[in-house]
Write a protein that binds this ligand. Structure first.
Ligand SMILES: Cc1cc2nc3c(=O)[nH]c(=O)nc-3n(C[C@H](O)[C@H](O)[C@H](O)COP(=O)(O)O)c2cc1C
Length: 470
């Protein structure tokens, strides 16, 4: 008997800005990206995605401007490249109010804002969405973000993960340990809204944070939102093995993707979790048409308007390849700009010619997890990503809003359903975690968050010092 086909986790990749990844394409006819300031944009999008069977909309975020390329933010500003941009958390209630099932993945950085207020915001969202939120844990890679939050420069990469680890520890104490499930009794007769014996300080005193608690929100359906993360580094992989439930992965070849997945699974096992506790999602480019010609025509229109400069700025290139002859090497171009030792220079293909480098960036969409064609061709590719590469889901890259999602819903969703790769319908009342993992709404042992349940493992000595203030 053959097993049921693996089902696809289907998310739309979004950002509260004009140009998230497909730079230049906001100019496509009928593209709605300039409406991102308008609450109706988010309402219409959420309704479309839920009607189409998407699992979640996934909101990226950065908290600084891209100002490394050409030593300033001018290119990013001209391109609408993630600036102007708005807070991603604040559009979620609008979308939640007009949907019942759509999940929301939202990005927030652990590097700059302390955890207490964020814990409360996420609990609020989990309540308002009835358990439909996930959190994309990032440590922020933009130097400008550091300067926006009182730092002279970037916090060192691995140190950011150390801070993130303590940040998560504080959050788990607040989300999982501070309140018992039966703390709220709402006993009008005896005037007891909350039983004080079932709420506690967390009294976290660590290297980076001191947080007394108690958490201000009562327990929400999921308590801890579904934990997403994107990483490939050693420190990030160790962090994901401990904390992440869903990881964004990628790589130039299927073998590279598989190696990354295996490293992440090994890291989970080292943390006492099961290898299968982490699911893997990739960013996918899908250009679909009723015919091959229609799909090719869409791709041609996208290519025509795509901005290479936008990609150069997005990549925070430490030099400007457009300012040099095509036949000199990247190394020579860097030297001419006095940028040979600039951050990021070591990762560039320095022996490549500037011309080849630019061409590679211009066609960098033709990578893995990119497919152009009819619904059958697209579904074949997605099945292969699921079965041969071993991923669990996609974040659909938008070329046109709402065209990309509409095309996928109209043409690809029915084909995937026919092949048993997508749910036929939502389950009423399901939380995002239940949807993705098919298990309970809350994190389960041995995930590290659960060690604080019912107040276990909170610092008892610190508790004594402050009990009189409860
Ligand atoms: C699909 C995907 C989405 C990402 N979204 C964001 C984001 O919204 N905000 C952000 O600051 N970083 C984002 N990142 C970057 C990651 O958080 C991280 O900085 C990057 O993967 C490098 O991690 P590493 O240094 O641990 O390898 C994203 C990465 C990927 C692959």
């Amino acid at each position: 008997m053959s097993a049921a086909p693996k089902r696809l986790i289907l998310n739309l990749f979004e950002m509260n800005c004009v140009s998230h990844i497909t730079h230049g394409l906001w100019r496509l006819p009928g593209n709605n990206r300039q409406r991102f300031n308008d609450i109706d944009y988010w309402i219409e999008l959420a309704q479309l995605l839920e009607a189409g069977g998407f699992d979640a909309v996934f909101l990226a975020d950065v908290i600084g401007a891209y100002d490394v390329f050409r030593d300033g933010p001018e290119t990013a500003l001209r391109e609408g490249l993630q600036i102007p941009s708005n807070d991603p958390l604040l559009v979620i209630p609008a979308m939640a109010a007009v949907t019942k099932h759509l999940g929301f993945g939202v990005t927030f950085s652990t590097s700059y804002e302390p955890p207490f207020a964020f814990a409360r915001r996420m609990s609020t969202l989990d309540h308002l969405t009835k358990g439909r939120v996930g959190w994309n844990i990032v440590t922020s890679y933009l130097p400008n973000a550091a300067r926006n939050f009182g730092h002279a420069d970037q916090i060192a990469h691995d140190h950011r993960y150390e801070i993130a680890d303590e940040y998560l520890d504080v959050l788990y104490k607040l989300w999982e340990g501070s309140w018992d499930d039966d703390a709220v009794v709402a006993d009008a007769e005896n005037l007891v809204y909350t039983d004080p014996a079932k709420v506690r300080y967390i009294n976290h005193v660590g290297e980076h944070f001191s947080v007394a608690g108690p958490h201000l929100s009562e327990p929400s359906l999921q308590r801890t939102p579904v934990l997403f993360q994107a990483t490939a580094s050693k420190a990030g992989t160790a962090f994901a093995g401990k904390h992440a439930e869903v990881v964004f992965t990628g790589g130039p070849t299927p073998a590279g993707v598989l190696a990354g997945i295996q490293a992440m699974r090994d890291s989970a096992v080292e943390q006492g979790r099961a290898a299968g506790d982490i699911k893997f999602i990739v960013q996918a480019g899908v250009v679909v048409g009723r015919t091959e010609e229609e799909a090719a025509e869409k791709l041609r229109a996208y290519r025509e308007l795509a901005s290479v400069e936008g990609r150069l700025a997005h990549a925070s290139l430490p030099f400007d390849p457009t300012a040099h002859p095509r036949d000199i090497t990247v190394r020579e171009a860097l030297a001419r700009e006095g940028k040979s030792d600039a951050p990021g220079a070591a990762y560039l293909p320095q022996d490549q010619s500037v011309g080849e480098f630019l061409d590679a960036i211009a066609t960098s969409w033709d990578e893995q997890f990119f497919v152009v064609g009819t619904p059958a061709v697209v579904a074949d590719a997605i099945e292969s990503w699921l079965d041969d590469v071993g991923i669990d889901g996609i974040n659909l890259r938008q070329y046109h809003s709402f065209g990309t999602a509409q095309d996928f819903i109209e043409l690809v969703v029915p084909e995937l359903r026919r092949r048993g790769r997508l749910r036929e319908a939502y389950v009423d009342g399901e939380t995002l975690r239940e949807r993705i993992f098919g298990g309970p709404a809350r994190l389960q042992p041995p995930h590290v968050a659960t060690r604080y349940r019912n107040g276990q493992n909170l610092d008892a000595s610190a508790l004594l010092e402050t009990t009189s203030r409860v």
